[in-house]
Design a protein around this ligand. Sequence first.
Ligand code: SF4
Length: 701
Amino acid sequence: TRPADATVGAVDTHCPYCALQCGMTLSRAGRASVRVRPRDPSAGGLCQKGWAAAALLGSPARLTTPLVRDGGALRPASWDEAAGLVARRIKEITADRGPDAVAVFGGGGLTNEKAYLLGKFARVALGTSQVDYNGRFCMSSAAAAAHRAFGLDRGLPFPLTDLEGADAVLLAGANPAETMPPFLSHLRRAMDAGGLIVVDPRRTPTAERAALHLAPVPGTDLALALGIFHAAVADGRLDHGFVGDRTTGFDEAWRVAAAWWPERVERVTGVAAADQRRAAAILAEAASAYVLTARGTEQHSTGVDTVGAWINLALALGLPGRRGSGWGCLTGQGNGQGGREHGQKADQLPGYRRIDDPAARAHVAGVWGVEPSALPGPGRSAFELLDALGTPDGPSALLVFASNPVVSAPHSARVAERLAALDLLVVADIVLSETARAADVVLPITQWAEEDGTLTNLEGRVLLRRRALAPPPGVRTDLEVLHDLAVRLGQPPERFPADPETVFTELRAASEGGPADYSGVTWDRLRAGERLHWPVPAGPEFRRPGHQGTPRLFLDRFAHPDGRARFAAVDHKGPAEPPDEEFPLYAITGRVLQHYQSGAQTRRVEELRAAVPEAYVEVHPDTAQRAGLRDGAAAAVVGRRGRVLATVRCVPSMRPDVVFLPFHFPGAQRANLVTNPALDPVSRMPEFKVCAVRLSPAGER
Ligand code: SF4
């Protein structure tokens, strides 16, 4: 709901939460609230989070005035005081310790325009290399694996609706029945045909719908993918024509996979050899088949290779680059795709360009009106950045936008310690999140329905999210905040526009010719309802481009110079922290239907909070009993880095060696108090998905 003085017509826009970006229409409901309606019920409508999305717009929990820390407590301040304080402290810290002493942490929920301007602000206004974002925690392994295999990363390299023709779909590490329920409407045919295969250690609501549920020991997904790959090849299902004509590297990949025959894989993963062969058969015999991966495959210290192993399987069966089949990644955050393309990532410039590529630096510097040599190089990845805060070599100031790392980062107690060691912590947010509570300055910003902007959904389609109502007095958009700070730091005002369409026009130019080319996308085309999947090159017609976009990538060639996809020779290693005598159980983490990410938003929506008000731990009844616990008891999940307090939920379908923690809850209920920050060597993604723990009554140490 929202106060009656706000002006609301019927406005077509998109949900503020996940990467499915379901279409919704907002309208005035009586005098005092905003009504949400799904725009496309045939595409699955909205989930409970989407239906409840408007509740936060008028929430008393939202911030409407800047706050500054004074005598240990946060007190209200004017924008001039707050922004002036931030700019002055940044100047002092930079003068004292250099530009890399100031860091920026962004988010995958930022619009394309905000992600773009945030990266530019870091590199140009601050001159720092120390910028990364929370997408490092959730999509970077799939992005790296896709780049390695195909030369380009776009979550789904085909339209979402193509999935509706699929007879078989393998979902690895994905639970869309809870994370994005309307997505399942696209899998109806595969489910009806008995072609849905789900790989997940837990019997999730998605796994309940599967014809075949493969439940590997946590951390052994890579071995399972090798086993199914092996079964496909050994049973004569290799697509020789495709592999010969359109790929390289099969022999090297097979040399590794040849040692992972299904019976051996069964001993490591616990998945029956017969089920591995059945999975290979279901995919190979379907006229239309897809392999889709998500966080469960990625959030490992071997995440890139694990995704690579699933891509190998898809390549062996000849799925990618063919109409009606393929591999894809189910991106998670609202702008998980766009957020990783426009330059808020430590190693990237806009247009999905590499920051260490001289040609990319020259192009982007030209658009920004600076010398290429003035642009900093690559900086630290997200966890490494957070872990360096307040250390002698690390940043001593941090600006956080659209993220809540106190809850969402791994080993979160250490992250909270590092934040406390800073000289300056600035947080821009809509509510007083756990990270904002620790800040020196808090800047209140607008919400999704109060501003215009574009996002790029999981199929690489650029969407216009529209302003439907006026923001409350006292809040600003992130773009206005960046504009104000940049000017206070001595930048020309026109270099940091606050108008989102103006920013987007500059983003188009910066992306032109890059892998994610948006130069042919205009807001007028989006307003007219065009469905534009990048790349959309403008060519010579920058003002009125006519390119229709690229719904399906790789139909003729993959993006590597030789046009071929690459198999990866990947081998199973297992988790960085396997269980042992002291910590005999695997802890895995994930989402629940009613909450989103750190829960900073959804925990403040009464309907969602009431549905799942606190953390719980799912555990097999026998495991609970061995720990002296029963259903409903207060438990401690204890690991090497900390302990999480949660209420026991006995679930007979759980593996006896596994406990599951949802990661949306704060304080002593933070799942990330125990998660392991071991990083993938390529993507630098932490191993959120598996660590070693023991279970005990909450009162015991
Ligand atoms: Fe919003 Fe995602 Fe739910 Fe759709 S599935 S309504 S985008 S949270």
